[in-house]
Design a protein. Structure first.
Length: 240
């Protein structure tokens, strides 16, 4: 039989075998290095190195992804019926509050305008000449009667009124005639200008007392009658 061992190899000790293995490994490495020069350097240079611009792009991309995620979450929340209803309620409430605020402003503006107009009217009234106070005597009665006559466009003068009053009643507002034809007919003449009741009733001027003995009412009614019949009390010089 032949031996399977290579002659001489079996006689190598462990130290010799280790040396041979080391040499063989070194030889392989040397051969590899010689065949691909600069391989280690090339491999190292191929490692990814981020430039500042690349880093910024990476960060921006990350932020964009995060923003998209947040937007997606918000969109999902607002797509919920309950959330949509709440949002609609808030919108409606805000619109109602704005409408109420505008209405309140308009109301306040209208009130301010009305107050200003009222103050203006009050100021105008204060600046208007106050109604004069007439003396309670013949002079005062004639002057007040003339003012009323002017308002109602009844002609007559102070002189014409005074002259006829003195002749008819001597200035006595309670004077009454109990002896002439009117008295015999049951309608005696009365007052400053001796007016009979039917004439006073027909020619009474609105705004004066409906009292035939009231001096102003008597004068104005008599002047109104004289204007209708004679053109003016100034044209009367006797019983009329």
């Amino acid at each position: 039989m032949f031996s399977s061992r290579t002659p001489g190899l079996s006689r190598l000790n462990k130290t010799q075998k280790a040396s041979m293995a080391g040499v063989a490994a070194a030889g392989v490495a040397a051969v590899t290095f010689s065949l691909v020069p600069g391989t280690a350097v090339a491999a190292e240079s191929q490692a990814p190195v981020q430039s500042p611009a690349t880093s910024q792009v990476t960060t921006s991309a990350t932020d964009s992804i995060e923003t998209s995620a947040v937007s997606a979450i918000i969109a999902k929340q607002f797509s919920s019926p309950d959330t949509a209803a709440k949002v609609q309620s808030v919108v409606q409430k805000t619109a109602s509050e704005k409408k109420a605020e505008e209405a309140a402003k308009k109301k306040a503006a209208a009130k301010a305008k009305a107050d200003a107009e009222k103050r203006g009217e009050e100021a105008a009234n204060r600046s208007t000449v106050r109604k004069p106070v007439y003396k309670n005597n013949l002079d005062g009665w004639i002057k007040e009667s003339l003012a009323i006559m002017k308002k109602h466009k009844i002609p007559g003068s102070y002189e014409g009124l005074h002259r006829n009053i003195i002749r008819e009643s001597s200035g006595n507002p309670k004077a009454i005639n109990l002896w002439d034809i009117n008295a015999r007919n049951g309608i005696p003449s009365k007052g400053l200008l001796q007016v009979i009741p039917p004439t006073f009733k027909t020619y009474h001027v609105k705004g004066t007392p409906f009292d035939i003995y009231d001096p102003v009412a008597n004068i104005v009614a008599a002047a109104n009658y004289a204007a209708d019949r004679y053109g003016s009390m100034d044209n009367v010089n006797s019983a009329y």
